[in-house]
Design a protein. Sequence first.
Length: 64
Amino acid sequence: MAQNTHHPESLLRLPQVLARFPVSRSGWYAGVKCGKFPAPIKTGPRTAMWRASEIDDLIAAIGN
């Protein structure tokens, strides 16, 4: 049985976020821009990451 073994404070790249939250890339960034989805953490000039715990919270909130 496969288990999700990420640490809650781990950081996810966009492909990992989109694998867990079924929305298009442009749809995700539109949601970030309007405040519906969490803002990224910039780890470099061309790198954005999201906290796994924030994505988990988003999924839980939408599921309720």
